[in-house]
Design a binder for this molecule. Structure first.
Ligand code: ZN
Length: 140
């Protein structure tokens, strides 16, 4: 057992757990609608050979993208829905980013918990022999 090293892991576990807790409001405090998707810009040619788009200046319009049945789908957006959709997809994106951070933080917590276990586990003792305490040097 390495006391010095195990205390480093204890400290890290405690800090990481606090970070994990600090992330919770980012999920619990969301009370407004979210939409799974994103708002982007659709650029296209109209087909008229004399239009500016034929020279490369494409027509732009807002588009809504999402995944349906494992495929990406894009649709136009009615102007009256644009702001609400932008806000709701932004909220969803922030939620997913917080989730990704939660996963990373949780993984770090588990890694440190496993490392602490490694620190604390001594080699398998012989249960039939006297069990000696580690020397000062072994504990360092
Ligand atoms: Zn055009």
């Amino acid at each position: 057992m390495h006391k010095a090293v195990s205390s480093v892991y204890r400290k890290r576990i405690d800090e990481t757990f606090r970070k994990l807790q600090a992330l919770l409001p980012r999920f619990l405090e969301v009370r407004q609608e979210m939409v799974h998707g994103w708002v982007g810009t659709n650029r296209r040619k109209c087909g008229n050979p004399r239009c500016r788009c034929a020279q490369g200046e494409l027509h732009e319009s807002p588009s809504f993208g999402t995944r349906e049945g494992g495929r990406y789908v894009h649709r136009g957006i009615a102007p009256e829905n644009l702001e609400r959709l932008r806000t709701a997809t932004g909220r969803w994106r922030e939620y997913r980013e917080a989730r990704a951070k939660l996963v990373k933080t949780f993984e770090r917590l588990l890694r440190d918990i496993d490392a602490l276990e490694q620190c604390l586990c001594v080699g398998c003792p012989d249960p039939l022999s006297p069990w000696k305490n580690p020397t000062e040097e072994e504990q360092a």
